[in-house]
Design a protein around this ligand. Structure first.
Ligand SMILES: [Zn+2]
Length: 487
């Protein structure tokens, strides 16, 4: 629900989703939620058909539950206290939405809601929703109030201010929110019609390269990667000058999609400087040669990565720790400053990129959008890995993690701390298993990874080895052949 107020100086209402949510945690969004079975029983006038009626009831109910704003005819006569009491009854389940409306003599009216586009979450989203968007004006005399829980905060602001926050890196939003704000920034009059008139082809294009951050585009590409991931995130960063990071797919249909995205940027007058590789794994380099040849682009990577993949992918330039890649936008004053960080641990030559202006961190496979990362010796090193995570935490401003797999992480610091805690817990479990008598890796795996599927067993063994090597390096474990002992 795109809630608007003050027609003479229009403002929109957006909310910040809670950290604890499994989906889109800490993202900025509009209020809303899922259809409830009981929504079909609530009468609403002026709806086009049954389905339209139910969706509009859902929108009104969710808006009321989440913000206290109530869009209904007859609501003007209701005091703020009365509305608050109704909301409380609804939350606690003491009364249904239908009962409350009837009791207070209110009627829902579909014509109070402005139709905006429908969006379906992309195929790669961890959860998928088919979402109707509506807009409505906040009724005279009402105020919004977000009760902390699923939502952290709510805020009224001018559409241009929302846009500014997005450009500065102060929020993570998804395509439907971004397009609505962009259209609203051009004026509230007719914004919904303008959005509805955007062609399906253009909408598909917007979804192929999702712009979570201004100038940071994400193209998920299907790759032969490790479950639960099915895709590798390829990023395109910059303004008039851009770089492509990890075009990882070896599959021609996926490469064709990326070719199309790149070609379209070039048509708009943008120029591509180079392709950058975060690390050597096949699901990050599978499409590099194709893209380099197609658009005649040089390739850059860490020296250790270049050495490891020589003969497979030609690397033209080495990137060192601390190098800053500046990408400008000629029309505006904006610059993207990608600071390279050498972050070994998952792979020896692993690079991450910290965009200094917006505090966005492109983490490659150091932190991913779901699950944890495989640290498998000899390429992987647990000590290096933890040091890399600690370096992340020392960055001055961290607003989002843009991982090599899975969704963008808006609770950046929280996720890194979780990763560190996870490794510490795992290490504690290994030490306990060894205290209880386990001394060879298969025994430790049996104790620590209870019920690990056979297919994942080898990875679990390598993970345990990574921890044991770390403990050995710290002088806490000794090793004789296959046996490990605590000191
Ligand atoms: Zn990897």
């Amino acid at each position: 629900m795109i809630l608007l107020r003050d027609p003479e100086d229009p403002k929109i209402f957006w909310v910040k989703r809670a950290k604890t949510l499994a989906f889109m945690a800490n993202y900025h969004a509009f209020p809303g939620g899922q259809r409830d079975a009981a929504d079909a029983e609530v009468p609403i006038i002026n709806a086009e058909n049954v389905h339209d009626a139910v969706m509009r009831v859902t929108a009104v109910r969710e808006l009321f539950e989440e913000t206290g704003a109530l869009i209904a005819s007859g609501v003007d006569g209701l005091s703020a206290e009365r509305r608050a009491a109704m909301r409380d009854e609804l939350h606690s389940g003491r009364a249904s939405f239908k009962e409350l409306l009837e009791r207070e003599g209110l009627a829902l009216d579909a014509s109070l809601l402005i139709e905006a586009p429908r969006w379906v979450t992309p195929e790669t989203s961890p959860r998928r929703y088919n979402t109707r968007f509506f807009a409505a004006w906040l009724p005279e005399g009402q105020e919004t109030e977000v009760i902390p829980g699923e939502l952290e905060t709510g805020e009224w602001l001018r559409p241009k201010e929302a846009l500014r926050k997005w450009v500065d890196g102060d929020c993570v939003i998804v395509t439907p929110i971004f397009s609505a704000i962009l259209a609203l920034a051009d004026g509230v009059d007719g914004f919904a019609e303008r959005l509805l008139s955007v062609s399906q082809e253009e909408r598909d294009h917007l979804e192929r390269r999702v712009q979570f951050r201004y100038g940071i585009f994400l193209c998920p590409m299907r790759t032969p990667t490790l479950p639960p991931a099915t895709h590798t995130n390829c990023y395109l960063v910059g303004g008039d000058e851009m770089v492509v990071i990890d075009p990882g797919s070896p599959y021609p249909d996926q490469q064709a999609v990326l070719d199309h995205v790149v070609a379209r940027f070039i048509e708009q007058g943008r120029r591509f400087r180079e392709i950058i590789i975060t690390h050597l794994h096949p699901d990050h380099i599978g499409g590099v040669t194709h893209l380099a040849e197609k658009f005649n682009l040089p390739v850059a990577a860490h020296r250790l990565t270049a050495e490891a993949i020589s003969g497979e992918v030609r690397v033209d330039r080495f990137i060192e720790d601390g190098e800053v890649i500046e990408l400008h936008e000629a029309a505006g004053e904006l610059t993207w400053r990608l600071r390279a960080m050498w972050t070994p641990g998952h792979a020896r030559g692993h690079l991450s990129f910290y965009e200094e202006r917006t505090g966005s961190l492109l983490t490659g496979d150091c932190v991913v959008g779901f699950g944890t990362v495989v640290i498998a010796p000899p390429e992987g090193d647990m000590n290096d890995y933890l040091a890399s995570l600690r370096r992340y935490l020392e960055l001055p401003r961290l607003t989002a993690l843009m991982p090599g797999h899975g969704p963008v992480i808006a609770d950046a610091r929280g996720r890194i701390e979780e990763y560190v805690a996870h490794r510490r817990d795992r290490e504690d479990q290994i030490v306990s298993a060894m205290r209880a008598g386990a001394s060879v890796i298969p025994q430790i795996v049996n104790a620590v990874y209870v019920g690990v599927p056979e297919a994942m067993r080898q990875l679990a063994e390598l993970s345990v080895l990574a921890h044991l090597e770390k403990l050995e390096g710290e002088g806490r474990v000794t090793r004789a052949a296959d046996e490990f002992r605590l000191i």
